[in-house]
Design a protein. Sequence first.
Length: 636
Amino acid sequence: MPTYPASRDSAESPQLFSPPELNRQIWDRAAARLLAKMLGEFAYEKLIEPVPGPGTGGRHRLTLDDGGVLSFTARRGVYGSWRVDPDSIEVTARPPAAHANGSPAPVPADIQSNGSPNPGTRPFRDPLTFLTRVRGLLGLDGTTLGHLIRELTLTLSADARIDHTALTADRLAALDYAELEGHQTGHPWLVASKGRLGFSAADAARFTPETRSPLRLPWIAVSNRIAQYRGVGRLTTPDQLYAGELDPSVRDTFGEVLRARGHDPRDYLYLPVHPWQWDEWIVPLFAPAIADGDIVALHTDGDARLPQQSIRTFANVERPERHTVKLPLSILNTLVWRGLPTERTLAAPAVTAWVQGLCAGDPFLRDTCRVVLLGEVASVAVEHPLYDHLPEAPYQFKEILGAIWREPLPPRLGPGERARTLASLLHTDPAGRAFTAELVARSGLSPDTWLKRLFAALLPPLLHFLYRYGTVFSPHGENAIVVFDENDVPVRLAIKDFVDDVNVSAHPLPEHATMPDEVRAVLLTEEPSFLTQFIHSGLFVGVFRYLSPLCEEQLGVSEDTFWSLVRAEIVRHHARFPELKERFELFNMLTPEIERLCLNRNRLLVDGYRDRASRPHAAIHGTVPNPLHPSARVRE
């Protein structure tokens, strides 16, 4: 991690810091990957429509606003997806106008052939310039374009930081769950995946997961007059939570700070805060509460915590038996502001109790799948006295202060087991070796068999929650965690993030009769035909769409075989529960087509960077073939 020189005297000239990862070689490599991703994902969402070139080489052409032509090689895959080769991208300038006498004008030197077989064509690796040359084609307004260039530049800077310290796949395989998170490359679908708008360069070098720098979070005390606590199980009272999370000496010093200010510790709740959030949002917007003594700054609890992929979630690496903590962090990243809504923060433990209760009472989930549900078991929420009562105010002002404690993963693992997020299976190291290929080699299984074990670990619990209980998680790469045995064979699923990402069927089911009113009030509902999208778009489109071509390239498993194995696991689950036949039809996973959910389209054309009173959702644009339907073709 880079170090920052501290000025010893305010009169000294400031010392500037230049990040070592910002060099041309690393930048160009990251930029080429981002441009290829941009072309592929924009084409998938029909934001651009490249035209196939002649022949069967997979060349495609896209005419730019200025008349230039971008060409690239891409292979087509499931759901109408695109996989663009970064090294294949070239640009041809618009032919210059002829001289008055009719003779052709010379091609400018900066666009003449540079080893390319096509005169006037040169390699192109700049996603930022590309945006400016297709802003008319994309239909971008000036405000969106300006912010998008910024967000993409920050994403590229983060990609360069990751590349600068990237490890080989065999070294990654030796890391534990929390450490591995700092080596992931971010959302595979969203192009602006690491914008973190609000962070400075120094903030990004200190607080992001790719810096892999543990933090010792400061804590605050908040008066019961403005703060509320919720907990379930063995944590129904704040004292039960703090007994496990804070050493007695730490609690004693917290109490001493409050008593020295004339306050009774029994009238306060304790919670950690992100230091950036404290400086940027809490002190400015809760200043009256601080002045009244309703919020009192304390000190760190002393535990080292690593930021995980979501940035606002911290795993305790010094005391791994202690809870993971999720904090509001009011930066704009991957479509939304990353705060914690007051109402949902308070409801999180109740949602956990209901979901875990379903699992505990179901022998298939509990004993056969042995699914791990990492519950959000305690929370503190602090309502802002003004913003939380203004429905028309931007939603980020209602998500400023609170904390959620989530059950830690390490104590839930059996002997020899290790866990890795599903996102890690998409990772490729600097030498081009896929992390999945490394794990398959270590397992000693054939690639086909290893994939069968992966699908058998992931799909049955997700399908059972859908069919039996009309309930879905959002099993994207960050929320879904694969648990492996001592031989790196997938054996079961762990899943997290309930209050934000659990949705239930709008079609009434008898299994929902046990749902408490508090849970019913916060969980989003969807019609059965759309509820299946959480598995389709979260898991299949959001993860398997990238994993299947990776397995074809590095494991020799064709995409047809890959998706036939996925389909076979779903059909096997149907055969296992014939009594749920009506539910299989109600929540039909095998339709010929599904709606095309679009994440980048939302940013570019729907919401842009405007303030909203509620969080945005993915856009829908047309349909795509479902590779799970028997008639589906893998390639178009």
